[in-house]
Design a protein around this ligand. Structure first.
Ligand code: FMN
Length: 238
């Protein structure tokens, strides 16, 4: 059995009375999740919509609690870290992490950054040792696969693209991915939303197809690694 952690972060819902308002990133992510879960119905699935239910921002008290040795933390400090503990436990338990994100102001939504701020935590997801010279931080988690789904209004944020220098969303997620323990990353991007033209339609269709094909590829690989899962209805999806 694997554990799939799914984090959505658009403030828009996946389905709205006016479908023009539906979140593109959430719907592409859903294509991945539905394909995965059809192939591997016995897997653990954890879902958070941080766009609609954002984690608290960290505070000075939060930092104080983090840097207080565990055995010396007051009940109030433990309470202050309870959400962080829970979110980290979800990441730790996951084999596959899917993060969907809109591009807001050329980066990730504040809500998703708030989630990362709760998770990237000393002695939980990284440790710190000056004996390592210029690179004192070392990630503590490993072995996970990360799927990044993004949607943007403009286009050309990739390497060599016309807006490469403004593309702070995927590069930031890549940088943070090591604190999630991601060794393997798949990226799926839909672009052109603000143009609303044929390029947008094709971009979204391609992203959905890619989400489905990556989900198939990974769920087949996960299945071959866990023979006890052979009772799942993998064959039925073809
Ligand atoms: C507050 C806000 C800021 C945005 N900033 C950018 C931006 O900097 N660059 C861009 O290409 N698109 C930008 N967009 C467009 C969104 O990235 C686009 O609508 C995307 O599809 C949103 O994701 P969603 O469909 O999952 O909600 C912005 C949209 C909003 C609402």
């Amino acid at each position: 059995m694997s554990t799939l952690l799914h984090i959505d972060s658009s403030v828009r819902a996946a389905s709205n009375p006016n479908p023009d308002h539906d979140s593109i990133s959430k719907n592409i992510a859903l294509r991945f999740i539905e394909t995965w879960r059809k192939n591997r119905p016995g897997d653990e699935y954890i879902y958070r919509d941080v766009g609609v239910n954002p984690p608290d921002f960290i505070t000075q008290d939060w930092i104080g609690a983090v840097f207080t040795p565990e055995e010396k933390r007051t009940p109030a400090q433990k309470e202050r870290l309870a959400l962080s503990d829970k979110l980290i436990a979800e990441v730790s338990a996951a084999d596959v992490i899917l993060i969907s994100s809109p591009m807001y102001n050329y980066g990730m939504p504040a809500q998703l950054k708030a989630w990362f701020d709760q998770i990237v935590r000393i002695n939980k997801t990284f440790d710190f040792d000056l004996a390592r010279g210029d690179y004192p931080l070392q990630p503590m988690l490993s072995g996970k696969t990360l799927i990044i789904v993004t949607s943007s209004g403009e286009y050309g944020f990739e390497k060599g693209g016309i807006r490469e220098s403004s593309g702070h969303l995927v590069p930031h997620l890549r940088t943070l991915s090591k604190y999630l323990g991601a060794d393997t990353i798949y990226e799926i991007a839909a672009e052109y939303q603000e143009f609303g033209d044929e390029r947008h339609r094709i971009s979204v269709a391609n992203a959905r197809a890619r989400a489905e094909s990556i989900a198939l590829e990974l769920s087949v690989a996960a299945r071959s690694q866990s023979p006890e899962d052979e009772t799942t209805n993998f064959q039925q999806c073809y």
